[in-house]
Ligand binder design. Structure first.
Ligand SMILES: [Zn+2]
Length: 502
């Protein structure tokens, strides 16, 4: 088999397989299945594909791609992983990586979930445009396919492609291209969607970690209600919880996802604040967390805290009396030190949650007063920047970057962004280019444009083919470079004719 393509960051494996079909000119879906899987009956599943051992084996070992890394980086598995309990998570990993038939859709709750998945594969037109510029081809990103995040946080609303997620052509891997993803104009994204897109991006990129048990999630939400004063003794005030969640998201938005909690004895939100008997979906967790947590919270911190919660620790209810003075002052000074180091919000998430809980139950008034007087400090006064100095220093870095990368044929297009992403002060430099005349000059002169990039990729391909002793063929050079006649720029086309003679 020709080199199986490396997945791009956040690319669905489904998309990588489809690109392989295009790169190697395989037209028949069955033939593609047989080449990749050695089996013509595999279903083309976009969100939770199986047979990952087989795919991982297509790469050279030294690249370090494993079935688990594919599962975590190139499928929607991380949406479910932190919420299903540890035993279930391990069982799912086993099932999805093995080379057998998978029944995961039926068992992971993806099929049975209240949350309706989008019907079509979706895309962000502006990102597609950037992908084409950067790579000369486009691909399906996994964060575009998640219900709740209906927008790209950078460019605006996502658009439905022409490809159904669970379609009639169940064995076909369909690549993203301008035919199925036309470059339509985008509406701005909604506040709720942009917010979720951020935390879904975070969720998808959580590294594999221990998953909390249902009982730990139960305790976490009970504590959350209590810390907000939404309890009467051990009872959760579901009416107050509901007001907070509906107030944050709006009734219209919640009902769009079937998440508006009706005032009945059981609804999903009440169940979330009761004993967890089954897994809740990522969207239900995120809807509650966003409504309750202060801005700036991190999902990774929460999953870690929850997975370390000790079950003997009961929900804080009444303040406990009769605590010894020395113990009290020990806990007080622990908390003060933690607050000085992390601020009140982050102290709890940085290993001092138990100190907080202890004081909350025994010394609540002191705790509240201390926290009020230790609000996170104001951001420091901005240091004045010497722009001339920065211009010179940055230019030196840029020239070094150029010199070391010049002979590397495999880099992405060395655009202005490519350079900027490698700088320490990316954002201020991008924003103040008018104050940086030397850097601006550098960008004007040395950034690679589309045709230069196309020529570089074709050179790389031509070297590879010639080294293997094969004759150069025009269609082959184009395809292996991820290009097509339509996309080829005029100067690149002349390069093919006049320099390579094809
Ligand atoms: Zn975008």
């Amino acid at each position: 088999m020709l080199g199986f393509p490396l997945p791009y960051r956040d690319e669905l494996l489904y998309s990588t397989i489809a690109r392989h079909g295009i790169h190697s000119g395989i037209v028949s879906p069955k033939e593609l299945l047989s080449e990749v899987f050695g089996d013509r009956k595999i279903l083309a599943t976009s969100d939770l594909p199986s047979h990952l051992k087989r795919i991982a084996a297509l790469y050279p070992e030294k690249i370090g791609i494993t079935p688990e890394s594919l599962l975590y980086r190139n499928t929607l598995f991380p949406l479910y992983a932190p919420f299903v309990g540890e035993a279930r998570r391990l069982a799912l990993i086993r099932e999805l990586t093995a080379n057998g038939k998978s029944s995961v859709h039926l068992t992971s709750g993806a099929a049975a979930s209240r949350i309706k998945q989008p019907m079509y594969l979706r895309y962000c037109p502006e990102c597609i445009r950037e992908q084409l510029n950067e790579h000369g081809e486009c691909y399906w990103r996994r964060d575009w396919q998640v219900a709740g995040a209906e927008s790209c946080p950078v460019h605006g609303s996502l658009v439905d492609s022409k490809i159904r997620r669970h379609n009639a052509h169940r064995h076909q891997f369909q690549a993203a291209d301008l035919e199925v993803c036309p470059l339509l104009e985008q509406q701005p994204g909604e506040r709720q969607s942009d917010l979720l897109a951020q935390s879904i991006g975070e969720l998808l990129n959580l590294e594999p970690r221990l998953t909390p048990e249902f009982s730990q999630w139960t305790l976490w939400y009970a504590n959350l209600a209590a810390e907000n004063g939404f309890n009467r003794g051990t009872q959760v005030r579901h009416d107050l919880v509901r007001d907070k969640v509906v107030g944050f998201w709006g009734a219209d938005w919640l009902s769009r996802y079937g998440l508006l909690p009706y005032d009945t004895e059981t609804n999903w939100l009440k169940s979330m604040f009761r004993k967890h008997r089954k897994a809740f979906s990522y969207l239900e967790h995120l809807v509650v967390l966003h409504a309750f947590m202060e801005p700036g919270w991190k999902l990774a911190d929460i999953v870690d805290v929850v997975s370390r919660l000790e079950l003997s620790q009961k929900t804080p209810t009444k303040e406990l009396k009769g605590t010894g003075e020395s113990e009290l002052s020990k806990y007080r000074s622990k908390w003060l030190a933690a607050v000085k180091e992390h601020g009140t919000k982050l102290a709890r998430l940085n290993g001092f949650g138990d100190v907080y809980a202890w004081l909350y139950r025994r010394d609540r008034q002191w705790l509240m007063e201390t926290n009020r007087s230790h609000k996170a400090p104001e951001p420091k006064q901005q240091v004045k920047v010497d722009w001339h100095r920065r211009d010179m220093d940055t230019l030196k870095t840029l020239i070094t970057l150029r010199n070391v990368s010049e002979l590397r044929l495999d880099d992405l297009r060395r655009s202005r962004n490519w350079y900027l992403n490698r700088l320490e002060h990316k954002a201020p430099i991008e924003k103040h280019l008018d104050l940086l005349p030397l850097c601006s000059l550098f960008f004007d002169r040395y950034c690679e444009n589309i045709f230069e990039y196309q020529i570089r990729r074709m050179t790389r391909t031509a070297i590879r083919i010639t080294r293997d002793g094969e004759p150069l063929k025009r269609w082959q050079v184009l395809r292996w470079s991820g290009l097509s006649e339509e996309r080829l720029t005029e100067p690149a086309s002349r390069f093919l004719k006049e320099v390579l003679g094809i």
